[in-house]
Design a protein around this ligand. Structure first.
Ligand SMILES: [Fe+2]
Ligand SMILES: [Fe+2]
Length: 183
């Protein structure tokens, strides 16, 4: 991969996102992804690029996520139809290609898998997934511990982080159902 011009990319990303909070998060994810990549012998520029561009569609409304996904004839699962925010990962990969000229399939895969992970993940997929989940502004209790784990063992930390997030969402769903049945 020829070296991307990160200064220009960051300026264009800031314009595209049009929100400082999301831009700062993207910079932190890029830095964390780069650090993990270096630690594990993965191309740090690909990691930085995927980290920077991972949330391109994060601020789109549910309606826009559905419409833009349909417009590209990309599949939408029943879970995604219920929770369109999940589509920001696959749509983000499409936007990285269309608007930012990224054609590296490894980078696009890492963007597409950053939210939920996937049964099959490359080391770069794991790096971006972990960087997004564990960047320093995340506040959950096990964050620092999982980050240390990620520096030592990419696959192990990915499994553990995915398991933790599944538990977290299962608890949230159960609490919402309990509230709904109590009202
Ligand atoms: Fe995201
Ligand atoms: Fe993110």
């Amino acid at each position: 991969m020829t070296a991307p011009d990160f200064t220009t990319l960051e300026r264009r990303l800031r314009e595209h996102l049009d929100q400082e909070h999301r831009y700062e998060h993207s910079l932190r994810v890029a830095a964390c992804a780069q650090e993990l990549a270096r630690r594990h012998g993965i191309d740090p520029q690909k990691a930085r690029l995927a980290g920077l561009l991972h949330d391109l569609a994060r601020l789109y409304s549910p309606e826009r996520l559905i419409l833009e996904t349909q417009a590209r004839a990309m599949p939408i699962t029943s879970v995604e139809r219920e929770k369109p925010a999940l589509l920001h990962a696959s749509l983000g990969a499409a936007l990285a290609r269309e608007r930012f000229g990224v054609d590296d399939p490894e980078v696009l895969s890492a963007i597409a898998k950053h939210t939920r992970g996937a049964p099959e993940m490359s080391p770069l997929d794991c790096v971006v997934y972990l960087a997004d989940s564990l960047e320093p502004a995340r506040t959950f209790a096990e964050r620092a511990e999982l980050w240390e784990y990620a520096l030592r063992d990419l696959a192990g930390a990915t499994r553990e982080t995915m398991r933790r997030s599944e538990d977290h969402y299962a608890r949230k769903r159960a609490a919402a159902e309990a509230r709904a049945s109590a009202s």
